[in-house]
Design a protein around this ligand. Structure first.
Ligand code: PBG
Length: 310
């Protein structure tokens, strides 16, 4: 009766990995229990999410190697895996589910960076923003509800917002990955989208230093001023202090991403007998609510919703 925070299936956003083919369920070794699904499987997962009361899916494509390139042009293809997945979800469940799409070039570039690079491999901010605008318009035209730029370029929220308005996508929201850290917890995700082996160097010139906290507030302030509807902190559990500072300062919807390495950590702990899996899942997800999150992206979404629904 006196409990201050509760977790419900409506707090969960379910990230899904999409792959080509049909009838494909391709398990990801470093992310036990998580698979890449072909479009038919994505439709099934969408119906499952609706029946569980999960309000939103987040999509990530595993682009075929031959479709990756230096400039990541496949991100602009109206028939790419991401756009086909969006349309598949619409066909399967109509408007009863939100679709959040990731904006960054890493699933499409042959070098695995989130943006366009110069000769030395340095990511070029402004040229990347132009590409991200095209990617966002492509996703919005396919029917995305929420555009989620995860690239951490400066100025991309303003550019994407202006472009969406200009093309009459006035109702498409932007959830900015505003405080995204250069983290060691993204490894299994990079396996899942196939960028890990390709990535040269690191992402420290555009993702944040784990030692910084004030900088997160500056990043969030910029993204909100540029037109973001909500903001995200990422990774999740090691950065709950950032969630709380952002929530207290800005009073906007704050989301967190319990990223792939966090998921793998919980699964490994449970498999090693270090704790009860269901209890670990529900306690960690509730902690996001306590820290101030409106919702959390988690690979445990379906399992947690099943537990919560009893
Ligand atoms: C790519 C992106 C990443 C994640 C979400 N979008 C990886 C990265 O920045 O290298 C990580 C999510 C996870 O680890 O679950 N822009």
């Amino acid at each position: 009766m006196h409990r201050e925070n509760v977790l419900t299936p409506a707090d969960l956003i379910w990230p899904l990995f999409v792959t080509d083919g049909s009838g494909v369920e391709d398990p990801i070794a470093s992310l036990p229990g998580v698979s890449r699904w072909s479009l038919d499987g994505i439709a099934d997962r969408a119906r499952e999410a609706v029946s569980l009361g999960i309000p939103c899916l987040a999509l990530f494509p595993n682009t075929q190697p031959e479709r990756r390139s230096e400039m990541g042009e496949e991100a602009l293809n109206p028939d790419n895996l991401m756009c086909r997945a969006i349309r598949t979800i619409r066909d399967a469940v109509g408007d009863s589910l939100g679709v959040l799409t990731d904006v960054a070039l890493d699933p499409y570039t042959s070098h695995g960076q989130d943006g366009l690079i110069d000769q030395a491999g340095y990511v070029l901010n402004d040229r990347t923003v132009e590409a991200l605008v095209g990617q966002s318009l492509n996703q919005a035209a396919a029917g995305a509800d929420i555009i989620a730029p995860s690239d951490m370029m400066d100025g991309r929220i303003a550019a994407i917002r202006a472009a969406l308005e200009g093309e009459s996508h006035v109702n498409v929201q932007i959830m900015a990955y505003a405080a995204k850290y250069a983290s060691a917890f993204y490894g299994p995700f990079r396996d899942a989208v196939g960028s890990r082996g390709l990535l040269k160097g690191d992402k420290k010139t555009y993702q944040m230093d784990p030692g910084n906290s004030d900088e997160a507030l500056r990043e969030v302030a910029m993204d909100l001023a540029e037109g973001a509807d909500s903001v995200m902190v990422k990774p999740g559990l090691p950065y709950l202090d950032i969630v709380r500072r952002v929530k207290d300062r800005f009073e906007v919807p704050v989301f967190a991403y319990q990223v792939s390495g966090e998921y793998a950590m919980i699964e490994a702990a449970a498999a090693a007998g270090a704790g009860d899996r269901d209890a670990l899942v529900l306690e960690t997800l509730l902690a996001f609510k306590r820290a101030g999150c409106s919702g959390v992206l988690t690979y445990h979404a379906a399992h947690a919703a099943r537990l919560l629904n009893g």
